[in-house]
Design a protein around this ligand. Structure first.
Ligand SMILES: C[S@@+](CC[C@H](N)C(=O)[O-])C[C@H]1O[C@@H](n2cnc3c(N)ncnc32)[C@H](O)[C@@H]1O
Length: 243
């Protein structure tokens, strides 16, 4: 059975399991672009590459994936192939993915063509959505140039099972206070095993414990100004030789 999502009166998706919101109250696409893509140096970093791999913890309603795909599609200098690998223990229903992209509070400062593409791509994603039983699933789009690998299961187990080398990492669990497994030292260690020197990482959380754990693992970490209503966001680069 799909994970239930509760839609609040302002159109925000809420998780009853974690008692937290899937995303910031307003401007979902702008937040995805400003926190995760910009935080990882995208689209610039995928330019001139044959392939580029993003690893995400927490697929949720797929908004980061859809925004990344839309930005890739809009970029004349994009890499040939985009691989998006995401871990999710509790997949939602296809109908919630579409509803999320169409939510009224998605607008914010998002540019209108990007939002329109995210909404169209959400329909494609929903059309390809399958019975996501535990395990590794691959969905292909854009004639195979966009590949989504969904690792369905507990974050640490799936990160240990996955074979991929990440060029960029999006850390997007629920808040560390209610979802500590997504941010534990062992989860972050399992994530870092997929990184190489220069891998960029972004998150909306600047929790001290997360920043310290990333530093211990060899990331250079910066706390950056967030997009309102969020005050801060985190950017990091894997630089193990600095340590
Ligand atoms: C903030 S939401 C992710 C939002 C998503 N990135 C998006 O763009 O819509 C966090 C996600 O982490 C997932 N999650 C929480 N704990 C988990 C765990 N222990 N293992 C795997 N996934 C988990 C939740 O089910 C939820 O979908």
């Amino acid at each position: 059975m799909s994970e239930p999502v509760v839609w609040t009166s302002d159109g925000s998706p809420h998780s009853p399991r974690f008692n937290d919101r899937y995303r910031s109250r307003s401007g979902g696409v702008a937040q995805a672009a400003g926190v995760f893509l910009a935080g990882c140096g995208l689209p610039r970093r995928w330019r001139g590459k044959t392939e580029f791999t993003v690893l995400e913890t927490g697929f949720g309603l797929g908004l980061n994936f859809l925004t990344t795909w839309a930005a890739w599609e809009a970029d004349a200098r994009r890499c040939d192939d985009l691989h998006f690998v995401s871990v999710e223990a509790y997949p939602v229903a296809a109908a919630d993915i579409v509803r999320s992209a169409l939510a009224p509070n998605m607008t914010g400062k998002t540019d209108a063509p990007l939002l329109a593409r995210v909404q169209a791509l959400a329909q494609q994603l929903a059309g390809a959505w399958q019975d996501l039983s535990p395990g590794i699933h691959r969905l292909r789009f854009a004639e195979g140039r966009v590949q989504l690998t969904l690792a369905v299961g507990e974050v640490q187990t799936m990160l240990e099972r996955l074979a991929c080398e990440a060029d960029a990492v999006y850390l997007d669990g629920f808040s560390p206070a209610v979802n500590p497994e997504m941010w534990s030292d062992t989860t972050l260690q399992a994530m870092a095993r997929h990184c190489r020197a220069g891998t960029t990482l972004a998150s909306y959380t600047v929790a001290h414990s997360v920043r310290e754990a990333l530093k211990q693992l060899g990331f250079r970490v910066a706390k950056c100004p967030g997009l309102p209503p969020k005050r801060d966001r985190l950017e990091a680069v894997f630089a193990p030789t600095d340590y």
